[in-house]
Write a protein that binds this ligand. Sequence first.
Ligand code: ATP
Ligand code: MG
Length: 324
Amino acid sequence: MAIVENSFPWTEKYRPKLLKSVVGQKHIVPRLQKYVEKKSMPNLLFAGPPGVGKTCCAVAMAKELFGSNFSQDFLELNASDERGINVVRGAIKDFSRTIPLGANFKIIFLDEADALTTDAQQALRRTMEKYTGTVRFILNANYSSKLIAPIQSRCSLFKFKPLRKEDVKKGLEPILANENISIDEDAIDALYDVCEGDMRTAINYLQAASSMTDKVTQDIIYEVSNSAQPKDIINLIDECLNGNYLKARGYLETLLFEQGLSGEDIISQIYKKVVNFPDEKLDIKTKIKIITIIAEINFRLVEGANDRIQLEALLAQIILINKK
Ligand SMILES: Nc1ncnc2c1ncn2[C@@H]1O[C@H](COP(=O)(O)OP(=O)(O)OP(=O)(O)O)[C@@H](O)[C@H]1O
Ligand SMILES: [Mg+2]
C-alpha cells in the first residue's frame, strides 16, 4: 500500500458529492432534494452531533443547486473565529453584496453558529433580513437553543441524528470496496461500537486500522480507537459484582498501565456496559445506584482528579452497593 496514497484523509476523499450518497438522515435528505428540485429554499438551521452529515448535506445540496458556479455562490465560514462579529460584519456582508450566478440566490454556510455572541447574532439577524433577496443561510449548531429566538424563527430546523448501524455499514461499503480492505463482521461491529453513530470517527479509525494491517480485526479497531476490549470491561464489572475487589483492581491496572487508557475512556466504557446490562444480570435498583456513582466519579475525573484513585473508588463503591 503506498503511504502517500493512504495518508490523504478518507473522510475528505469519500465525502458524498450528491445528496443521494448521504446515508441515513432519511427525515432530512428528501426535504433538501425538494429544495434542489424547486431551486428555492428558506434559511436553514442544521443541528446535531459531530460527524453525521451536516456539512456533507450543505455542500452536496449547494453543488446540486449551483453546478459549475458552486465556488462563486457558496461560502463556508466558521463563526467561532473572534466570536463572530467580524465574520458577520466582514465576510458575510462582502459576499452578500454581489450577484448570484448559478441560481437566484447564494448560500452562506455558517459553521458553529451557536458560538456567536448575542451581539453578533443580532447583527446576523439584520444581515439575514437585508439580503433576503439574494442570500440563504445554512446555520450549523450543535445546540440550536443557543441561538436567539428571532434567528431560530427565521430558519427551518433540521435535526440530524447519530447514524444507525446499518447506515454506517452502508457508508463504509464504497470505501471498503475501493480501498480493497479485508474486514470481518466483528470488526465492523467494533467500529460501530466505538464511533457511536459518528461516521467521521468510523472512517478515521478504519483508515488508521487498515494502514497497520491487511486484515482488519476487532482487536485492531479497539487498539486504534484507544478503547478497551469489551470483554475486559465486562470482566472488571463482573468481578465487582461478585465482590472481588483484588481481581477487579487487577483488570483496572492492566487497562490503565499496560494498555495506557485514560480514566475518562475507561469510565465511559464502564457506563456503556452497565446501562446495557439486562435486568437478570443487574437489577434496576442496583443499576441506578451504580450509574449515580459513575456520574460522580466521571465529574471528578473531568475536573482533573487522579485516574487511578477515582477508578478504584468506583470499583469499591460498586462492591459496597451490591453487598447492601
Ligand atoms: N450521513 C453521511 N453519509 C455519508 N458520509 C458521511 C455522513 N456523515 C458523515 N459522513 C462522513 O464523515 C465526514 C464528516 O461529515 P460532516 O463533515 O458532514 O460532519 P458534520 O455533521 O458536519 O460534523 P461537525 O458537526 O463536526 O461539523 C464526511 O466527510 C463523510 O466522509
Ligand atoms: Mg460540519
